[in-house]
Design a protein around this ligand. Structure first.
Ligand code: CA
Length: 525
């Protein structure tokens, strides 16, 4: 059922602008109201760690992020085209895939800030624009009146930052500082203009260092383990077996808080040690090995990773409260999402990168009063490649040609177009460092995935059926029972590569490192 209470005033604005008419608003001389946009972006926040997503492990409560879902829409299937930090950010800004925006990987890509981005277009249309927090695109931000960013990955405590080009040193916890700076900018803005705020957290990125007030937040709870914590990777190929992202082998002493972060002040260090030292002593005395050791690491990982999210959720709460207090909530589009998904022990992993579910899917909740029906849930195949066009449409601007997504506005209105995408193209490039995940590309639908792993030592295809194998444990590529599905997906992959203008030899020496795909699917017989 359409939810259309005051929708006309806002989305109606966008539709009117596109239609080039002034009906409805014709009697009013004033500019139609354009929505403000608050885009809250975290780094590596798994949907499993947002209570609105109802993970069976019930890892933690995120009441403020849940509030956005309760008052807006929760997306069940928001996927990313290349599951790592920088490439996702470049996609959000440009509405394009890596092979067109030029940012393939975190190792040696540099964002070309001369490109068209949605913040630039909003700025040009009279929006005030700001980005605060993690940027991670190497070059300086463009299209923002105010930018105050972490250099590179940033640190969790006492972060150096760059304030519109000027180096500054902050004291305190980074998530709180990013929130304070965001609120300060909102308070000082020109109230006669609409605004875009991109509040971009470092958390919960590695090495998962919680705020001191959140140490022990879980009161030493023992977290349920995922069923695949001890995955042996049978049923899949060399790429899945031969990676460097397991809790068992890859986590460092710093990841596990067996050594403290170097940025802590003496006072902070005291609080840190008061929590970790007794627990670390007990751990060392226990001399754990084998599965017991992996189990201990998983528990420590959950305490720390989830601990960092407590502050992110508080940040969301403070921003929502400000919008309430200022009477801005009604006319502000609020988005919470992450740059990709993340493994919380599934398949024995942390990190992301893969075309597989936990990595491919990012949480997305959107509140837009009068447009989005409160408490709605959407299962369409949407993506962060759609965000740029969505924000432009919300502001009544036409997207420039060349953007590769599609506006989510009708989806948000509960009226997904009949020809909405049913398949999605994915391509991951970064290899061999840091996690030794082989490059791969493929096609995803709501039920199947066809993927090609390629490189100097791998060249194989896999096919997964999420209906019979939701955890993606057994490739059915080559299984005669799937011959028809396989042919269809191969054709769909070719169609998508062509539609998205993927060069045949993509990546064309993108970094000098990723090997070329040696073979794209053969034409169906
Ligand atoms: Ca990330």
């Amino acid at each position: 059922m359409p939810f259309d209470r005051p929708a006309r005033r806002r989305v109606g604005w966008g539709l009117l602008a596109l239609a080039g008419t002034a009906c409805g608003a014709g009697a009013l001389a004033a500019e139609p109201v354009r929505p403000n946009i608050v885009f809250i972006f975290s780094d590596d926040h798994a949907y499993q760690a947002i209570s609105a997503y109802n993970d069976p492990r019930q890892l933690l409560a995120t009441p403020n992020i849940d509030r956005i879902a309760r008052e807006g829409m929760r997306f069940e299937r928001c996927v990313v085209p290349n599951s790592i930090c920088g490439p996702s950010r470049a996609t959000v800004l440009t509405g394009k895939y890596s092979h067109l925006n030029g940012f393939y990987n975190n190792s040696n890509s540099r964002f070309d800030g001369a490109q068209t981005t949605f913040p630039k277009l909003l700025q040009g249309a009279g929006y005030q624009t700001a980005v605060v927090g993690k940027w991670h695109l190497v070059s300086e931000p463009t299209g923002f009146d105010y930018w105050h960013i972490l250099p590179g990955q940033g640190v969790y405590y006492n972060p150096p930052m760059i304030d519109n080009g000027r180096q500054v040193q902050h004291q305190g916890y980074t998530t709180d500082i990013i929130t304070d700076l965001s609120l300060d900018w909102l308070k000082g803005r020109d109230k006669s203009k609409p605004f875009l705020l991109m509040c971009q957290h470092k958390a919960p990125h590695r090495e998962w260092e919680p705020a001191l007030r959140h140490l022990g937040h879980d009161q030493d709870r023992v977290y349920p383990e995922p069923p695949t914590l001890f995955d042996d990777y049978a049923g899949r190929g060399l790429a899945e077996r031969d990676q460097k992202m397991t809790i068992a082998e890859t986590m460092t002493e710093k990841d596990l808080k067996l050594v403290p972060p170097p940025q802590l002040s003496a006072e902070q260090r005291q609080a840190w040690d008061a929590y970790y030292e007794p627990r670390n002593r007990k751990f060392r005395e226990a001399q754990l090995t084998g599965q017991d050791l992996i189990r201990w690491k998983y528990q420590r990982y959950m305490h720390d990773y989830l601990g960092t999210i407590k502050a992110v959720d508080e940040s969301v709460g403070r921003l929502l409260e400000y919008l309430d207090q200022e009477g801005l909530a009604e006319n502000t589009l609020v988005v919470y999402c992450a740059d990709q998904g993340f493994y919380l022990g599934e398949h024995g992993w942390f990190d992301k990168r893969w075309i597989f579910e936990e990595s491919l899917r990012t949480p997305l909740v959107v509140r837009w009063p009068g447009v989005v029906r409160p408490g709605s849930v959407n299962a369409d195949l949407v993506s962060n490649v759609d965000f740029a066009q969505t924000f432009l449409a919300a502001a009544g601007l036409e997207a420039p040609g060349g953007m590769q997504g599609r506006s989510l506005v009708p989806v948000l209105q509960g009226q997904t177009p009949a020809d909405w995408r049913k398949s999605f193209y994915y391509h991951y490039y970064e290899f061999p460092v840091p996690h030794h995940v082989r490059p791969h590309y493929g096609v995803v639908t709501n039920r199947h995935k066809l993927v090609h792993f390629y490189g100097p030592d791998v060249d194989y295809w896999e096919l997964f059926d999420l209906e019979s194998d939701s955890r993606e444990l057994k490739s059915v590529y080559g299984d005669p029972a799937y011959a028809e599905v396989q042919r269809e997906l191969e054709a769909e992959l070719r169609r998508l590569r062509s539609e998205l203008k993927v060069p045949d030899d993509d990546p064309p020496g993108a970094s000098g490192r990723p090997p070329q795909p040696r073979r794209i699917p053969k034409p169906a017989a």
